[in-house]
Design a protein. Structure first.
Length: 409
């Protein structure tokens, strides 16, 4: 028997051999990796090791615009800093002027009235998703999404104890979910994530399809989350439509990272249904306090830099056209309809059934950084590759010739 106040034999055994109890590792640590980040690291290492004068690495692995923030955004940030503004905490949902400007964006672009009080400025779209998931769902809930999908959807849900419910999609549904797929779900999920344009396939849902999906969700008690971060980057094949126009219960996610070219500024936003405004605000107060003040100032100014942003978009359009013409000639000829965003989802099954190895060799032998499809579709992604075309225009123009040489064409 242990002396009063002392440790029992079992307690002592638990302390051996290190003298410490084993520390718990939380379930959230089991979240899968975001593989593209590993590709970035490998490409950086490869670039650093290149001898002087060697051809550089073509960066096609990540959705990061080759341009920086619009000049007007940077100048607004500089003015604010030089004025000696404290740049302290803002309200949890962001600067009132920025929220009002985002509301005006919905009126001007979509003809939809969105009250500024329903808008939450977030630490990028990446900070928006945990807020939306925690406010809208409980641990154990199933949230459906089409595959291929943006990996952090599933990884964040997994870390939060929720269950991604995968809807395998392919070219026959343009890599988007359908009402027939949703009707086949039994039991119904707690939520559904859609993305139009989607990452990685770049395909879009037509406005009538978004409206039908929103109506199905409302009728079945399913919370709709619409990822709209690639809005503004569409190529005229399908009309751009926001779920905010057809559903008062949907959660809309958007970001300044893509069209506005402000990835590192970490600014995004949510359009919230009325029932989630205060719950999300409480979560944001505790988890983030607020998005960076100076980045909010820059983001507000960026929304008026239309001429520069449209010039950036024209560069992406030219790169897209060159790749869609050149890649089939180089040997990659099965490419998803690229309605929007700045990615090409390439079926390389005729060339390889191991896209991890294929992308590694593409980097080592051709100097092209690309992302394995396994990041976006663990079940079928071994035969797919994602190529981003938002980088330097000259580099994108060079890619087909390098790929042709790599494939011996």
């Amino acid at each position: 028997m242990a002396p009063a106040g002392g440790a029992s034999d079992s307690d002592l055994r638990a302390l051996r051999p290190s003298g410490r109890r084993a520390l718990k590792v939380g379930r959230g640590a089991e979240a899968p990796p975001f593989l593209v980040m590993d590709v970035i690291a490998a490409a950086n290492a490869r670039a650093a090791a290149l001898p002087a004068g060697a051809p550089g690495i073509l960066r096609m692995e990540v959705g990061q615009p080759g341009t920086g923030a619009p000049k007007g955004a940077a100048e607004a940030a500089i003015r604010a800093l030089r004025a000696g503004a404290p740049m302290g905490y803002t309200e949890a949902f962001g600067l009132p002027t920025l929220r009002a400007r985002i509301a005006r964006h919905y009126a001007e672009r979509y003809g939809v009235a969105v009250a500024p009080g329903r808008i939450a400025v977030t630490v990028g779209a990446s900070g928006a998703f945990p807020l939306a998931f925690l406010a809208g769902f409980d641990a154990g809930d199933a949230i459906a999404m089409a595959a291929p999908f943006y990996p952090p959807y599933a990884n964040i849900l997994t870390a939060l104890g929720m269950r991604p419910q995968i809807l395998p999609c392919d070219a026959t549904t343009r890599f988007q979910p359908s009402i027939a797929m949703l009707e086949a779900l039994d039991p119904r999920p707690a939520g559904l994530i859609i993305a139009s344009p989607c990452n990685p396939a770049g395909t879009m849902l037509a406005p009538a399809e978004i409206a039908a999906i929103a109506a199905w969700c409302d009728a079945n008690g399913v919370r709709l989350i619409s990822d709209e971060i690639y809005h503004g980057l569409t190529w005229g094949t399908v009309a751009e439509s926001t779920a905010a126009a057809v559903s008062s219960s949907a959660i809309i996610v958007n970001s300044f990272s893509k069209y506005w070219s402000m990835t590192g500024w970490r600014i995004g936003w949510l359009v919230l249904p009325e029932d989630l405004v205060r719950p999300v605000e409480r979560l944001a107060q505790n988890m983030f306090i607020s998005a960076p003040h100076v980045a909010q100032v820059a983001a507000e100014a960026a929304m008026d830099c239309v001429e520069e942003l449209e010039a950036n978009k024209a560069v992406y359009a030219r790169s897209r056209a060159r790749l869609l013409d050149g890649l089939p000639k180089a040997g990659i000829d099965r490419i998803a309809a690229a309605d929007g965003a700045f990615y090409l989802w390439c079926d390389i099954g005729a060339l390889s059934n191991d896209s991890v190895d294929f992308s590694a060799r593409l980097l080592a032998e051709a100097g092209i950084a690309a992302t394995t499809g396994l990041d976006f579709d663990p079940g079928r992604g071994a035969r797919f590759l994602r190529l981003s075309y938002c980088g330097d225009e000259a580099a994108m123009a060079e890619a087909p010739a390098r790929i042709a040489r790599f494939l011996g064409r």
